[in-house]
Design a protein around this ligand. Structure first.
Ligand code: SF4
Ligand code: SF4
Length: 207
């Protein structure tokens, strides 16, 4: 399978994911609290079963990135667990086993979407985190792209604000369990609904 050559971003509106699974192997997928909540609601799993906190020595992310969470002895960022260099939700046939509940980063992948201030799609680029074996015989619409981009931006901004509050509060116990509690989640035993909880599995995705 050869990867088509892109000379104009509009060609990517014909993107079709072939399901090769490359983007789910060796890639760290960062999570927001909304992602964690959707997976808990959709699978019944406790966060400790699928969340891992990656430290600064494991990521090449800027030290100023707003997803860094301050714990007692280190900074870390919340991401999906791996097993054998692949996402724990990728099955042996390279299919996502939580497709309807997967994180927004997975939904937006493999695109980097540029939108205007009025929300119109102005550009599209392919992520280079993994080799994407796509074809150009699909149909990705601009409204779908704009919707996923807006959805991702909203939830990321909400999560960043929660992390900022957590990081600036000096009185807190700085453990994983306390961080989950702060987000309205339980690390070990399940899920408690808060007023900002959303269950939106009906919106588009591409990969
Ligand atoms: S959640 Fe699904 S789509 Fe996302 S990395 Fe894991 S297997 Fe891939
Ligand atoms: S988005 Fe690309 S890398 Fe990921 S499964 Fe589809 S074709 Fe493969």
């Amino acid at each position: 399978m050869s990867t088509p050559v892109i000379t104009d971003w509009r060609q990517l509106l014909k993107f079709r994911c072939t399901g090769c699974g490359n983007c789910c192997k060796g890639t760290i997928v960062m999570l927001t609290d909304s992602d964690v909540r959707r997976i808990v609601e959709g699978t019944g799993m406790a966060p400790r079963e699928f969340v891992r906190f990656f430290g600064e020595n494991e990521l090449t992310m800027s030290k100023r990135h707003p997803f860094w969470i301050r714990f007692a002895n280190r900074q870390a960022t919340m991401a999906l667990r791996w097993g054998r260099e692949r996402c724990i939700f990728l099955d042996r046939e390279d299919r996502c086993t939580i497709y309807e509940h997967r994180p927004l980063a997975c939904r937006e992948h493999p695109f980097t979407i540029t939108v205007s201030q009025r929300g119109a799609v102005e550009g599209l680029a392919l992520s280079n985190v993994s080799e994407c074996l796509y074809e150009l015989d699909g149909n990705v619409t601009r409204p779908e792209l704009a919707e996923v981009s807006r959805w991702n931006e909203e939830e990321s901004a909400e999560y960043q604000e929660r992390v900022r509050i957590w990081n600036s509060d000096k009185k807190r116990s700085r453990t994983r369990t306390a961080f989950m509690e702060f987000l309205g989640l339980e690390w070990d035993y399940g899920f408690r609904r808060r007023k900002y909880s959303r269950a939106r599995t009906d919106l588009p995705s591409f990969g």
